[in-house]
Design a protein around this ligand. Sequence first.
Ligand SMILES: [Zn+2]
Length: 83
Amino acid sequence: MFKEVKIYTIKCDECDFDVLSYSTSLGYRTTDDALSFAINEGWTETDGKHYCPECTAFIQEELEEQCKNTALEEEHEYKQATK
Ligand SMILES: [Zn+2]
């Protein structure tokens, strides 16, 4: 008999890239399987969102940039406060 099954893939929340672009597979039977495949390919999961390696690198750069800016601002505020 025919039975319909669901399959899962993961798409990048940032650029919409499909993790299965790397794969000959049509999809995974469980979200866990899809996720472990994605993680193996260098994807990351943050707050339930998924990012491809390119976007992960980009987001990390942005975060580092934000941290730097925050540090600079704090330094600036400190200098202003101690004037
Ligand atoms: Zn992406």
